[in-house]
Ligand binder design. Structure first.
Ligand code: NAP
Ligand code: FE
Length: 586
């Protein structure tokens, strides 16, 4: 557990008619308030009228910006800022769900920094000074009224993430009655967000004794609402208060620990498929709970009113509904979730357990059970088999036959992978004519038996078998003539694993990997986004990029880690076994 620290500088008041009761406090932050809300709910639930009455009572002028959309965009924040500045607003009141409250914090920052452009919002190193901001929640999810977090969608880049400033509300006013107009879907989606905050804070590497106390109290509070969320009981005023309190405690807890993997994984689903925040986050929760320490998991489940992870999952589905998009539509977003978090050391550091690629994919996929790729394309030499000995012997033979000096083994090793013509010209300084002669001599030796002088890399057969069993197609895409590739695979009883074996035609010297990949894709009837290419040389990685598919650099083969990295391999692996989590099989 981290050393204790506590910082939550918002003044918080909660209870019935809190806005009226604290009208004086609400009016105390300036001379003109910019009220920031969503499009309609603030008027419908009564919070807007309550704010206006309170401000009017104390003679404070106010203007309304009511255009905040769900998952508020940077452009909206900038429009609200300009509107506030034109109207000489000197403080901001955000009223609504997390979206208007988060927007209000960002608007307060930008009003104080009125000469700055939109880039300032994501600039690290700014001092974060802002005009005063008040938050009044009308959903029971984000706890934004007590966190320093503001999550925006950068609509130029289509990325949703928190801005780097910590902006706490100066005042938070919490009243359960605003939930009366929230339909069951809003209640459920936001309550499950609050639950996610509580779980992710309680099961967090940065948990402190105080954040633990807050989270556990929040979980107890949350459990009281299960019958309402399940639709077994009509909510009354006490239920609304309980929901708001659990949400606030969730906010206070994450203000100290930050959120963890489910939140990090959720953004692709929200941005890409429009899944509401709380529902998107909770899709990954069962997987997260299953990876955590079983005793801790069972404690948080019990506190929140569940008997097991399955019980949680079933209740979540019953309350929020499953995200049951078609597998092909979900796949790119789930892969995006996986890579977003795999590449974020800070997000992964929040989990109180190891988060390698295998664990992450298990969490991502636990609620979906989809194939991460529909097919895997394998290079042959240096990826499936270690064909170095036979290839190097054949190159040696060809050079001796042509009376050329035989270079060192380091140079000969480079012949494994690329086309022979390319290699003779680039590594032995031959003209194209000379290189064709060398290829002929090479083939003479190679087909006499050296082609079988190879070994299959450890773990490859098992990997191929498991991919096949998981319904993931496999194909070979090699620069070796197709006939030779088929002969070798047949000899080693490997043909059975592949749906397609693609190499250059004997009379078509064009052996660009991207063209060969394209050919394999049309044989498989798949698109580039459905597949991943595995190869040990830069030609494989470049080819994959050109064709538009993901790639794995097989470092155990004949290329170097540097060349695979420099050419943009999406993943690097040191063995066939390391490919398994990347391909989404156990
Ligand atoms: P929201 O996006 O603020 O609102 C969702 C919907 O609920 C909107 O259509 C809204 O209508 C409606 N609504 C709000 N209050 C209502 C009420 N009382 N009655 C009827 N309808 C009501 O939803 P949210 O889940 O509260 O916020 C999600 C956002 O917060 C996400 O962007 C998320 O990333 C962020 N977030 C922030 C934090 C943080 O600490 N700052 C933490 C977690 C999540 P209107 O548009 O008409 O208002
Ligand atoms: Fe959240």
């Amino acid at each position: 557990m981290s050393t204790d620290r506590f910082y939550m500088p918002a003044r918080v008041f909660s209870g019935p008619d809190v806005v009226r009761e604290h009208a004086k406090d609400l009016a105390a932050y300036g001379r003109k308030a910019l009220i920031v809300t969503g499009r309609s709910s603030a008027k419908k639930c009564g919070v807007y009228d309550d704010i206006c009455s309170a401000l009017d009572e104390y003679g404070i002028d106010h203007v309304l910006f009511d255009e905040v959309e769900e998952n508020p965009s940077v452009s909206t924040v900038m429009r609200a800022r300009d509107f506030g500045v034109q109207n000489n607003a000197d403080y901001v009141i955000g009223a609504g769900g997390g979206s208007p409250m988060d927007a209000a914090k960002a608007v307060a920052l930008m009003i104080r920094n009125r000469d700055r452009g939109r880039d300032y919002l994501y600039k690290s190193g700014g001092d974060g000074s802002h005009v005063p901001v008040v938050c009044i929640p009308t959903t029971c999810g984000t706890g934004s009224e007590v966190t320093g977090i503001s999550v925006l969608t950068d609509d130029e880049k289509n990325i949703k993430k928190s801005i780097p400033y910590r902006i706490f509300a100066d005042l938070a006013l919490i009243d359960g009655k605003y939930l009366r107009t929230a339909g069951r879907a809003t209640l459920c989606n936001t309550a499950f967000d609050a639950l996610a905050h509580l779980y992710e804070s309680r099961l967090n590497a940065d948990m402190t004794r105080i954040s633990c106390l807050i989270a556990e109290d929040g979980l107890r509070e949350w459990s009281k609402s299960v019958p309402v969320l399940k639709g077994e009981k009509q909510p009354d005023e006490t239920d609304y208060e309980n929901l708001m309190r659990a949400s606030m405690l969730g906010g206070m807890a994450i203000a100290h620990t930050g959120t963890s993997l489910p939140h990090g994984l959720s953004y692709a689903l929200t941005c890409g498929l429009g899944v509401p925040h709380g529902r998107a986050v909770s899709c990954f929760m069962a997987g997260y709970l299953r990876e955590a320490d079983p005793a801790e998991t069972s404690r948080v489940l019990k506190l929140s009113g569940f008997s097991s992870v399955d019980d949680f999952e079933e209740t979540f589905r019953m309350c929020c509904g499953a995200v049951d998009e078609d597998e092909d539509r979900l796949r790119p977003y789930l892969r995006q979730s996986f890579t977003d978090v795999l590449s974020s050391a800070s997000k992964r550091a929040k989990a109180p357990f190891e988060t390698d690629a295998a664990v992450l994919w298990r969490i991502v996929n636990s609620g979906f059970g989809i194939r991460k790729y529909r097919a895997v394309l394998f290079d042959l030499d240096g990826t499936i088999n270690d064909s170095g000995p036979g290839i190097m012997n054949s190159v040696r033979y060809s050079l001796e036959k042509l009376g050329r000096a035989v270079p060192s083994d380091d140079v000969l090793r480079k012949f494994v992978g690329p086309s022979l013509l390319y290699s003779y010209m680039n590594y032995c300084g031959m003209t194209e004519d000379e290189a064709w002669k060398a290829v002929e001599a090479y083939r003479e030796c190679y087909h006499r038996g050296e082609c079988f002088n190879l070994s299959i890399y450890d773990g490859i057969r098992e990997l191929l078998g498991d991919l096949n069993r998981a319904g993931i197609s496999c194909a070979v895409v090699t620069s070796k003539p197709q006939e030779a590739a088929c002969k070798i695979l047949e000899h080693f009883d490997m043909t059975k694993y592949f749906e397609a074996i693609t190499g250059p035609d004997p009379d078509d010297p064009s052996n660009r990997k991207s063209v060969l990949i394209g050919r394999a894709l049309s044989r498989l009837g798949l698109g580039a986004e459905d597949v991943i290419m595995v190869g040990d040389s830069r030609f494989d990685i470049i080819g994959a990029k050109e064709a538009g598919c993901d790639s794995i650099g097989a470092v155990y083969g004949y290329g170097t880690r540097e060349e695979l990295e420099e050419n943009g391999a999406d993943y690097l692996v040191d063995s066939a076994a390391e490919m398994r989590p990347v391909l989404g099989i156990g």
